[in-house]
Write a protein that binds this ligand. Structure first.
Ligand code: C2E
Ligand code: MG
Ligand code: MG
Length: 516
C-alpha cells in the first residue's frame, strides 16, 4: 500500500492523466484503424480535462493559501508561550498608528525580574512553563481585543484598546504587577514572579512604532529602578530618571556644542593621604533641564549608538585636562568609564592610543574602568581588547566590584590592575558587619591576586579609618570630595590633603604595591 502510494500518482492526478490521454488515444486508435476521426469524444475529453484542471488548480490554491496562513501564523507566534511575538505586536502597532487619527490604546511593557536566575536554578523546561503561565495570566488580565505578546526572553508587551488614559494605564500596570506576584500554579510547583511594568498611551506618548517601542523601554527601565516597580512614560518621568528619548536627538548636537563635560572626583592613596588621581564623570549641562548626571543619558546614548562619540569626547576632555594639570605641577592620573559597547568597538585600542599621543601623555596616566558586567558581555573579546590596552601601558580597573556575578578566576584572566569595591558595601561597612566582612575579605583576596583595591563611596571619616586599618590601598567618596568642574579641583585637592593629616594621622610610607 505504502509502495503503491510512493510510485503511483494520487487519485485526482491519475484521473487528470487519464482525461488528458483519452483524446489522443481515441484519435490515434481511429487513425490506426483507418476510420474517419470522430471529433465528439475528443471534444468531450478536452472539456473534461479543462474542468479537472480547474478543479486541480483550485485545490492547489486552497492548499497554498492554508500553508501561507500557517506559515505567517508561525512567524507571528512565540513558540514557548503560544502568544503573539514581537513581530506581530510591531505589525499591530504599525497598523494602529498608520491611520490619520489613531484610537487611544494602552501599551504596557512587562519585564520579569531575575528571570535568568530562575532559568539557571529551575532549568529551561520549568522556566518555559513559567513563561507560559505568565502569558496565560496576562491574557486573563487584559480586556477583549487586547494583544498580549512575548517581546523578548523575559519581556511581554500588551496593547490594550480598552485603556485610553495615562491614569488607566498606570492602574493597569499596578494591577498586572500585583497579579503576577500571586503564585502561578505549575504541575509540580507553585511560583510567583516579580514584575516591573512600564506603561504609555498611544498615540499621545508615541505616534510612531519605533518611538513607542523606545519609550516603552524607557518606562520599563525606570520602573526597574523604582520601589513600586511601575512607571508610566511622560509626566511620571523625572529628568533624573532618564531623559526622554525625544532628547536623544539633542545629544549628538550637545556633544558637538561642548555641553557634555567631565566632572572630576579625587581618589586618595589611604596610607599617605595623597590625591593621586581623579575619575572623570560625565555631566550634561542641559539648557532646560540643568546639570544632568550620567544615569539620565548614558542608557539613552547606548541605545542611540552615541556611546562611541560620548567616550571620544570624555576621553579627549579628560586627557586634555590631565595634561593641563600636569603642566601646572599636579601629577594626577585620570580614570574614564567604558560601556560594554565601547569595549566591543574594534577601533577602541587605536582611539585610546591616538588620544594619548595627541595630548602627549604617558599611557600610565590613563585608567579605564569597566564593570564586571561589561567584561562579561563577550568574555573572549574582552580578554583580547583589555590585553591590547594593557600592552599600551594603560591601567585597567573593575568598577562596582561585588555587584556582578563574575568569578575571581575569570577576573584573574584579565590584565586588570585594580578592583573598585562597590559603594553599596563601603557605605554600610561601619554599621553592617556583613558589609565590613565583604570589604575585608575582598581586600585580602585582592592582595593575594595582586590587585589594588579602591573603596568607592566613602562617606565619613570612620569608614576611612576602618579602610586604613584593613590596609585598603585607595579611597574615593563624598567625604573626600564630590565630583567637581576642573577649575575647582586644585583647591579641593589642597583641602583634602590638609584635612587628611588630621584624620589619618601623620602620613606613613606607602606600602609596597603589587605590580610595582
Ligand atoms: P561609577 O563609575 O561607579 O562612578 C562613581 C559614581 O559614584 C559617581 O556617580 C559618583 O558621583 C558617585 N559617588 C562618588 N562618591 C560617592 C559617595 O561617597 N556616595 C555616593 N552615594 N555616591 C558617590 P555619577 O557621576 O552619577 O556616575 C554614575 C555612573 O555613571 C558611574 O558609576 C559610571 O558607571 C557612569 N558614568 C559616569 N561617567 C561616564 C562616562 O563618561 N561614560 C560611561 N560609559 N559611564 C559613565
Ligand atoms: Mg567608575
Ligand atoms: Mg563605581
Amino acid at each position: 500500500m505504502v509502495i503503491w502510494r510512493r510510485y503511483l500518482p494520487d487519485g485526482s492526478l491519475a484521473l487528470f492523466g487519464i482525461a488528458i490521454a483519452i483524446g489522443p488515444v481515441i484519435v490515434g486508435g481511429e487513425l490506426i484503424a483507418g476510420r474517419p476521426v470522430d471529433a465528439w469524444p475528443v471534444v468531450i475529453a478536452a472539456g473534461a480535462t479543462v474542468v479537472l484542471a480547474i478543479a486541480r488548480l483550485r485545490r492547489m490554491m486552497r492548499l497554498l493559501e492554508s500553508q501561507t496562513e500557517r506559515l505567517s501564523q508561525l512567524a507571528d507566534t512565540d513558540y514557548v508561550t503560544g502568544l503573539a511575538n514581537r513581530r506581530h505586536l510591531v505589525d499591530r502597532l504599525d497598523k494602529l498608528l498608520a491611520v490619520a487619527q489613531p484610537e487611544p490604546t494602552g501599551f504596557l511593557l512587562v519585564g520579569l525580574a531575575r528571570f535568568s536566575e530562575i532559568n539557571e536554578t529551575l532549568g529551561t523546561p520549568t522556566a518555559d512553563a513559567i513563561l507560559h503561565a505568565v502569558g496565560v495570566r496576562l491574557g486573563e488580565l487584559t480586556g477583549d481585543g487586547a494583544l498580549v505578546a512575548r517581546m523578548g526572553s523575559d519581556t511581554f508587551g500588551v496593547l490594550d484598546p480598552s485603556i485610553t488614559t495615562g491614569e488607566e494605564a498606570s492602574r493597569a500596570a499596578i494591577h498586572i504587577r500585583e497579579a503576577l506576584e500571586r503564585p502561578l500554579e505549575l504541575p509540580d510547583l507553585s511560583v510567583s514572579v516579580e514584575a516591573r511594568v512600564g506603561s504609555l498611551v498611544l498615540p499621545e506618548d508615541g505616534a510612531e512604532p519605533a518611538v513607542a517601542l523606545l519609550r516603552a523601554d524607557v518606562a520599563l527601565s525606570v520602573a526597574k529602578g523604582r520601589s513600586g516597580h511601575t512607571a508610566s512614560y511622560g509626566v511620571d518621568l523625572e529628568p533624573g530618571d532618564m531623559l526622554a528619548p525625544v532628547l536623544i536627538g539633542e545629544l549628538s548636537q550637545a556633544i558637538r556644542a561642548g555641553l557634555l563635560v567631565a566632572y572630576y572626583q579625587p581618589q586618595i592613596e589611604i596610607a599617605t593621604g595623597r590625591v593621586y588621581g581623579v575619575e572623570a564623570l560625565a555631566r550634561w549641562e542641559h539648557p532646560r533641564h540643568g546639570l544632568l548626571g550620567p544615569d539620565a543619558f548614558i542608557p539613552a546614548a547606548e541605545q542611540a549608538g552615541l556611546i562611541g562619540s560620548l567616550l571620544q569626547h570624555i576621553l579627549d576632555s579628560a586627557l586634555l585636562q590631565c595634561s593641563r594639570w600636569r603642566s601646572e605641577g599636579l601629577d594626577l592620573t585620570v580614570a574614564v568609564n567604558l560601556s560594554a559597547r565601547n569595549l566591543l568597538d574594534p577601533g577602541l585600542v587605536d582611539d585610546v592610543w591616538s588620544a594619548l599621543q595627541h595630548h602627549g601623555l604617558p599611557p600610565g596616566s590613563l585608567e579605564l574602568e569597566i564593570t564586571e558586567g561589561t567584561a562579561m558581555v563577550d568574555p573572549r573579546r574582552s580578554i583580547h581588547v583589555l590585553g591590547a590596552l594593557a600592552q599600551l601601558g594603560v591601567k585597567l580597573s573593575i568598577d562596582d566590584y561585588g555587584t556582578g556575578h563574575s568569578s575571581l578566576a575569570y577576573l584573574q584572566q584579565l590584565p586588570v590592575n585594580r578592583l573598585k569595591i562597590d559603594r553599596s558595601f563601603v557605605t554600610e561597612m561601619t554599621v553592617d558587619a556583613a558589609s565590613a566582612a565583604i570589604v575585608r575579605s575582598t581586600i585580602e583576596l585582592a592582595r593575594v591576586l595582586q590587585f589594588d583595591v579602591v573603596a568607592e563611596g566613602v562617606e565619613d571619616d570612620a569608614t576611612l579609618v576602618m579602610l586604613r586599618d584593613m590596609d585598603c590601598y585607595a579611597a574615593q567618596g563624598f567625604v573626600l570630595g564630590r565630583p567637581v568642574a576642573p577649575p575647582r579641583l586644585p583647591d579641593l585637592i589642597r583641602r583634602i590633603e590638609e584635612r587628611l593629616t588630621g584624620v589619618l594621622g601623620t602620613p606613613t610610607l606607602s606600602p609596597a604595591r603589587p605590580g610595582e
